[in-house]
Every structure is written in C-alpha cells, then in structure tokens.
Ligand binder design. Structure first.
Ligand code: TXA
Ligand code: MG
Length: 309
C-alpha cells in the first residue's frame, strides 16, 4: 500500500482521521512528525506500533499555543518566559504534567512530566487549529532510523504503515527541536541540543542554573545509537576512501555537501537529506567532514555522533 501524499487541501481529511483516533504524518519546521490526538489511547498506540518505538520512550505533545498547553502541564514563570521567547518554534519544554491533563498515559511512558512544543510550520498550525485538540507526534521514521525532512522521506520509511502524509515541503530547520527540562529546584537541563541553541536558553534561564541531565531515564529517546543510516558512518573525514560516500562541509567538498559556504544553519537543514542520500547510494560506507561545534554545530554533531554509533 502507498500512502496518500496530499497538500493543504487535505487538512480537513487529516483532522477527520485524527479525530477518529487515526495517525497522519505531518510537516513541522524541524522534521516530519507522525501525529495522533494526544487524548487517544488507540491513536498513541498506533504511533508506537507504526514506528516500532519502544514503549519506554515518551512522545512530544504539540499544542496550538501556550494557552492550549496550560491545561496539560504546570507552567512556572520560567516556562512562560521560554514560551514567550521561542513559541511557536523549535523548543520543547519538559514540565510537570497535570493530574487531570487527559493525555493518553503512554505519552509520558511512566514519567511525571510531559514534553510540550508549539510548532511554527503554517500547515501544522492550521491543522492544530482545525483539530482543536493537542497532537502527540514523534519524528515520522522507523524507530532509530534517520529522521524525515520531506514527505518522500516519510513515505520511504513508513509508507506501508500509514495512510496519509500531509506534504508541507522541505523542513526549514531540519533538526529536531531543542528539549529543555525545567526542574522544581530552579535548575534546568538541555536534554537534546537543537535549533534553539544553549546560549539562547541560558540568556533567559541563567547559565548558572544549568544542571547536567540526570542520565538515560530522563530523556529515554536520547539513546547513543539513533538517527542511524543502515551503513557504517565515519566522522571527521578529510577525504573519501574508495568505498565511501563523502558528505562534505565548507572547503571539503564530497559527493554532496552539508554547506559549500560552511554555513551551519544550511548544514543543519541539509543534514538528514544528505544522510538519506548517502544511505541510498551504492557506496558501502559513509564518511562526513568535520563540522564546527559552535552554535547549532553542537546539535549537528550530537546527531552525527548518534548516527555513527
Ligand atoms: O522537532 C521535534 O521535536 C519533532 C517534531 C515532530 O516535533 N519531534 C521529535 O520527536 O523529535 P521524537 O519522539 O523523535 O523525540 C522526542 C524526544 C525523545 O528523545 C523523548 O525521549 C523525549 O523527546 N521526551 C518526550 N517526553 C519526554 C519527557 N517527559 N521527559 C524527557 N524526555 C522526553
Ligand atoms: Mg525521533
């Protein structure tokens, strides 16, 4: 079976599928998501099944705005400030879940918290408005595989398992949202680096209040091996060996390049596209040029390290 890949005219159809507890692949500015209504046990179970996702890995809940998030979780002043600064956008907040949030329990995988994000992509925003309920959505790829930044990537990874893909074009940010956990003791942690960089968070929450994440349990999705192509991947390459597909950066050109100008935002936007291309190439291995660690480079290197392990 092939999924229907549809444009903005399919919003009402997508909303109807979601209302009935079904799943739909949706565009966001970071990566494509696989969505279900967040209050539907059946819908959320269908997400885990389609992705082959382990049940201990919780999901992000997408809301239309902060007002739609408030009934789900406790927002303190810090959460409100971050939402005011970065929503809609590529920031996910891990905050205490309200007892009467009405969310499917599987979303939080046993944690007392919930991860909330208000996405910026116009088609996703229109869908949230049309639905009127929050949407749980992990990235729309098989668990552990490369994240999708186009409708074609979704179809290639999950095609046989989903009926409808809303096509919102190529994702402009190209890397999953930054995840920040806010703790009761006033400290905060960066659980996943992303398009909103650490310095932007620290400017609001204070660099002195940053605590190291407490480990694997807190961000179960941050497994060492993730975002992984089907072939071995070598980092910090300075040239390609004969059986390698080289992904270049800046002056080091390869079979393709993250950014010939050495532009890190472009490299972030192109990272998964390049990994998908390398995975589909005939070469048996992949090599990637060194990417600087500054700014969003930290998030690019985080994904590359997981793709390599
Ligand atoms: O940009 C994004 O965030 C994309 C788009 C679709 O919104 N979504 C995404 O979802 O990347 P996913 O499932 O691939 O990654 C969600 C991450 C996982 O690492 C998961 O463990 C973590 O969020 N997470 C979810 N709920 C959590 C919670 N309550 N506490 C800590 N980590 C949580
Ligand atoms: Mg993912």
């Amino acid at each position: 079976m092939h999924p229907r890949v549809a444009g903005p005219e399919a919003l009402a159809e997508a909303a109807a599928v979601l209302r009935d507890g079904g799943i739909v692949a949706v565009p966001t500015e970071t990566v494509y998501g696989l969505a279900a209504r967040a209050d539907s046990d059946a819908g959320v179970a269908a997400i885990f099944r389609a992705k082959g996702r382990p049940s201990f890995n919780p999901l992000i809940v997408h809301v239309a705005d902060r007002a739609a998030g408030e009934p789900l979780a406790h927002f303190d002043d810090r959460a409100r400030e971050l939402a005011a600064a970065f929503w809609p956008g590529a920031l996910t907040l891990v905050v205490p879940r309200r007892a009467n949030a009405g969310l499917a329990p599987a979303i939080s995988a046993g944690l007392p918290t919930v991860a909330l994000r208000c996405p910026a992509h116009p088609m996703m925003r229109a869908l949230l408005a049309e639905c009127g309920f929050p949407l749980a959505a992990p990235s729309a790829n098989r668990s552990g595989a490369i994240s999708p930044t186009s409708a074609a990537h979704v179809a290639a990874s999950l095609g046989a398992r989903i009926g409808l893909i809303l096509d919102g074009g190529v994702c402009v940010a190209g890397l999953e949202s930054t995840i920040v956990a806010l703790r009761d003791d006033g400290s905060w942690s960066l659980l996943r680096p992303g398009p909103i960089v650490r310095a932007q968070i620290a400017a609001i929450l204070g660099a002195d209040r940053e605590a190291t994440p407490t480990g694997g349990i807190e961000a179960p999705g941050q497994l060492a091996s993730h975002y992984a192509p089907s072939k071995p991947l070598r980092l910090d390459a300075i040239s390609a060996e004969s059986d390698e597909f080289l992904i270049g950066f800046g002056d080091l050109s390869g079979h393709t390049s993250l950014s010939q100008d050495g532009n890190l935002a472009e490299a972030a936007a192109r990272l998964y596209r390049c990994l998908h291309e390398a995975d589909a190439a005939t070469s048996t291995r992949i090599a990637v040029a060194r990417v600087p660690e500054s700014g969003i480079g930290a998030a690019i290197n985080d994904r590359l390290r997981r793709a390599a392990s």
